[in-house]
Design a protein around this ligand. Structure first.
Ligand SMILES: Cc1cc2nc3c(=O)[nH]c(=O)nc-3n(C[C@H](O)[C@H](O)[C@H](O)COP(=O)(O)OP(=O)(O)OC[C@H]3O[C@@H](n4cnc5c(N)ncnc54)[C@H](O)[C@@H]3O)c2cc1C
Length: 404
């Protein structure tokens, strides 16, 4: 079944015009590393492997950055989907702190990429806020604050008395300079552009339809019959992995997003921050460079093959009401509504590494709300692994960590 992973009018693929297109594959080729999937994850891998002088190719079945990458909200922050107290039912405090610090490392990498190659993707370093509007959750916010403070992360505790925002909150944790935003479509193209300068090959409209493994190689067959031979393949196909393995990765849901028209009088405080509430499922929002607000949330169980219009309209309306209730003083007009698959894991981390049963089948899957940062870590860790060095933190992302 050809499952539809993205629905609706996606902001980033609509507002970005005249972006480079790539050829489809018209000959048999060789590369050491075959990256399957041309979303932000594939682009990150292509960049990191090329930077390490490892010949690699990206094969994308449709268009670059038109999968989940086109609907990501692109809130880049070290904190995870759930607050630390909730996460402690599934993982240790040490692992949570380690994950936060790895998130900071990934954010620094993005900043360095921008410093080296220029800002062509609307990158902005911002603060992050996790807040609650329920008094009963104040304790949870306090725990989150102390955990981060003890870990040496720059945080401030916000409560009703020092709330600088225009909406009501009971308490919250403000991460100073703890986040960033990007245009994910432009970022993906910039990564590929830089990768190509270092030898990366990229083919669009080139679906992988078969893979054969031998002792020394993996050979991939593409839709028009041309083959790519390499040492390993890396699955960077987002939430769509069933063609490559029977292994189940995470729990799928459908997540919804709305984006407003540019807002003339958007308060400055909202231009430099990414905001998430502590609800289940949570809502999150941030501003774009042209002063739109993007809000996401209202996740429901994954809708695989049918477009349930009523459910979607209902979810978009809920998001719109929520945004309007937060900003009654602003003229909010919704211009884009879109939704798609999202997958989460119990410990909120993605999957990076080799298949336990096949050393030529590798994965880089940015599951959870920090998918882009996990892909950056994947780029760093997998290039090292290819050169024979195992990153000590890679075990957090082990592919078989939930196996019994
Ligand atoms: C609503 C939503 C909000 C999100 N918000 C955030 C956020 O704020 N911050 C954050 O860090 N992350 C966020 N994420 C997660 C982030 O979007 C994902 O981690 C990221 O988009 C995944 O990118 P990808 O490249 O792995 O997948 P995709 O963009 O889906 O790319 C995979 C590509 O593989 C291709 N493909 C599939 N099968 C084949 C094949 N057989 N042959 C060739 N190509 C194939 C597909 O066509 C596709 O283009 C969010 C996700 C969603 C859905």
């Amino acid at each position: 079944m050809n499952i539809q992973y993205v629905h609706g009018d996606c902001l980033f693929t609509r507002i970005n015009k005249n972006i480079k297109q790539y050829e489809y594959l018209t000959e048999d080729i060789r590369a050491e590393v075959i990256i399957i999937g041309g979303g932000v994850t594939g682009a990150i891998l292509g960049y990191y492997f090329s930077k390490s002088n490892i010949p690699c190719v990206i094969l994308e079945k449709s268009r670059i950055a038109h999968g989940s990458t086109s609907i990501t909200t692109s809130l880049l922050e070290y904190e995870l989907d759930s607050n630390a107290l909730d996460l402690m039912s599934y993982t240790s405090k040490e692992n949570i702190i380690k994950s936060y610090k790895l998130g900071v490392k990934a954010l620094d990498e993005i900043q360095e990429f921008i410093a080296n190659h220029g800002n062509k993707c609307d990158y902005r370093k911002v603060d992050s806020l996790l807040y609650t509007s329920k008094k009963i959750e104040n304790k949870v916010m306090e725990e989150e604050y102390y955990l981060r403070k003890e870990a040496g992360l720059p945080v401030e505790f916000i409560d009703e008395a020092n709330n600088p925002f225009s909406f009501d909150l009971k308490s919250g944790v403000l991460g100073k300079g703890a986040g960033a935003v990007i245009d994910p479509y432009k970022f993906t193209h910039q990564l590929i552009e830089e990768g190509c300068k270092m030898g990366l090959k990229v083919y669009e409209n080139t679906e992988v339809i078969d893979i054969k493994y031998s002792d020394n190689d993996a050979t991939v067959e593409t839709i028009y019959g041309y083959k790519v031979k390499g040492k390993i393949i890396i699955v960077a196909t987002g939430y769509n992995t069933s063609f490559f393995t029977k292994r189940a990765f995470g729990t799928k849901s459908t997540a919804f997003n709305i984006a407003t028209k540019p807002i003339a009088n958007l308060d400055d405080i909202y231009k430099n921050i990414v905001i998430k509430d502590n609800k289940v499922p949570y809502n999150y929002f941030r501003a774009t460079n042209d002063n739109r607000l993007i809000m996401g949330g209202e996740d429901v169980n994954f809708i695989p093959d049918i477009y349930n219009e009523e459910l979607c309209i209902n979810s978009y309306n809920k998001l719109e009401q929520r945004l309007k209730s937060l900003f009654p003083h602003l003229k909010i007009e919704i211009e884009y509504r879109y939704c798609g698959a999202f997958a989460s894991t119990q410990d909120n981390l993605g999957f990076i590494g080799k298949d336990p049963d096949n050393s030529k089948l590798w994965y880089c899957l940015g599951y959870g709300a920090n998918g882009i940062l996990f892909a950056i870590l994947g780029g760093m860790m997998l290039t090292k692994l290819y050169s024979g060095e195992v990153d000590k933190d890679m075990k957090l992302f082990k592919v078989d960590r939930f196996d019994n």
